[in-house]
Design a protein around this ligand. Sequence first.
Ligand code: BDR
Ligand code: CA
Length: 312
Amino acid sequence: MKPVILDVDTGLDDACALLLAARHPELDLKAVTCVGGNVGLDEVVVNTLTVLDAAGRGDVPVARGAALPLLQPVRAAPHVHGKDGLGDLDWPKSSRTPDPRHAVELLRDVLLEAADSGELITLIPLAPMTNIALLLRTYPQAARGLREIVFMGGAAGIGNATASAEFNIWTDPEAAAVVLAACGELGVPVTMYGLDVFYNVPITLAEAGALGGSTSADLARQLIERRSELYRAEAATIGDGGAVCAVIDPDGLTTREFPLRVELSGSWSRGRTIVDTRGWTGDLSSDPHGSTPAVVKVATAVDGRRYADLWL
Ligand code: BDR
Ligand code: CA
């Protein structure tokens, strides 16, 4: 089994990712950490516990993390996820309380334990990377417990929050820059599951309608139905769920290594991921811009049918 941690801002598609990570027999979900993003942190925590309850995984520790990005206010997305972040479904909310530790402390504890046992962890950030930046700056030694990071965020092509920037990176660009720099310094391999593939794992309403027979399948069906409604379409992508598929079945994803930076200024481009498709991964220390970018595996194509079947 592959040990994984998810960092989420649940979120309809984070919920799709959580259900898969919680239920797939090849994954060992060690912890889930929460951050403000699609909705405020309080709602994110309740939504996350609610989804794990539906998956029958009350055993997985869930911790509260950063409510706000490092430098700017959070800008929620009710038009994409509903007012409560979980599509305002008529679904009972969890009344459980989260782990008493801060997300950064839970991440540190689980990662240091992994470093000691040698069972290294794949970290899957599906939200603004505030918690991960705080972790790597506060407890860099915790990176010894990481096998790799596979994150949803960014794009080589166009954005969604703005014409040029993707929501997770745009919400906390400084955090993303810190994480990429730290991973470069600490030698942690990184894969970017960005907008170039994010929309390409659709589940049709007919496929969703056939889901049932368990609480988690009932919730999965309702998530896709509500997401289709919000997108006014006959199908809905599993979004963040695709990044979990990429960890279970990496062969369904095509990637290429490129230097990657985050734009921190720019009138119209703040939060954009700059993928250097010139393919220059040689001596980056002599880069004319004066800083060394991280070299990241960027997802360029996905086998959508294969990942849809995996999720279903
Ligand atoms: C990302 O932003 C959020 O709305 C989704 O949950 C996903 O993580 C897509 O840009
Ligand atoms: Ca998300």
